[in-house]
Design a protein around this ligand. Sequence first.
Ligand SMILES: NC(=O)c1ccc[n+]([C@@H]2O[C@H](COP(=O)([O-])OP(=O)(O)OC[C@H]3O[C@@H](n4cnc5c(N)ncnc54)[C@H](OP(=O)(O)O)[C@@H]3O)[C@@H](O)[C@H]2O)c1
Length: 251
Amino acid sequence: MTTENSTEVALVTGASRGIGFGIAQAIVARGDRVVITGRNEDALKEAVEKLGGPGHALGVAGKAHDEAHQAAVVEQAMETFGRIDHLVNNAGTNPVFGPIADVDLNVARKVFETNVISALGFAQRTWKAWQSQHGGTIVNIASVAGLNASPFVGPYGISKAAMINLTLQLAHEFAPVVRVNAIAPAVVKTKFATALYEGREEEVIARYPMGRLGVPEDIGGAAAFLTSPAAAWITGQTLVIDGGIFLNASV
Ligand SMILES: NC(=O)c1ccc[n+]([C@@H]2O[C@H](COP(=O)([O-])OP(=O)(O)OC[C@H]3O[C@@H](n4cnc5c(N)ncnc54)[C@H](OP(=O)(O)O)[C@@H]3O)[C@@H](O)[C@H]2O)c1
């Protein structure tokens, strides 16, 4: 049953915790509703409750790369809320650490499937279900790893660079109806990034001019801005949110 409500709706993939949850919180806090995804159904239910319950959030469990899941998410979002104004492609994976010379190509394919092809699949579906007729925005959560060489996480960096180009392609094709932008965060304190700072946080922080690592709220605020009318003339951009770490780059 469709809920009669004029507030907007954002679909945020991979949002039971971490950055996706931070984005969902920021969108709900401004009065809009969210559809969130993730693989673990119980974690998703808990997140829906934390976001204010069924009037504010809908959880649909599944794997981002699974096309049947993508179809079910969009269908349930339309059935429940009647619209999908914003899509935030946030679900991502990085299962490998090590030299790129040794990377198992099947693992590299999986990284691409989850990080890039899923984002394209969701964008095709939200465009056709609602956005092409009514407008809206797409935000792709890339990474600073997509903007530079990223030792030991090569396939991940390549996939995030592809996400940045996917952002350009979609922004070009969907203009002027839908704005499409990317966010490229440096290290944000989440379960996903634990290996990058745990046990040596002070040492990692020392490279950040802002004197701390990121938190999901840092990305939530930026996603709320990019999906709002305040960003009405911004499309095809990648917003780097890195606590200033790129300031350290020198030849
Ligand atoms: N944290 C960082 O430092 C950082 C920096 C740059 C970019 N990013 C990007 O930010 C995004 C979110 O990362 P995070 O740090 O917030 O990670 P996180 O804390 O581990 O959260 C990931 C979320 O996505 C869900 N998820 C994971 N794999 C999924 C899949 N295949 N299909 C559907 N849902 C999936 C997880 O729930 P389930 O486990 O239940 O599926 C969880 O809700 C990723 O795209 C990542 O590449 C992160």
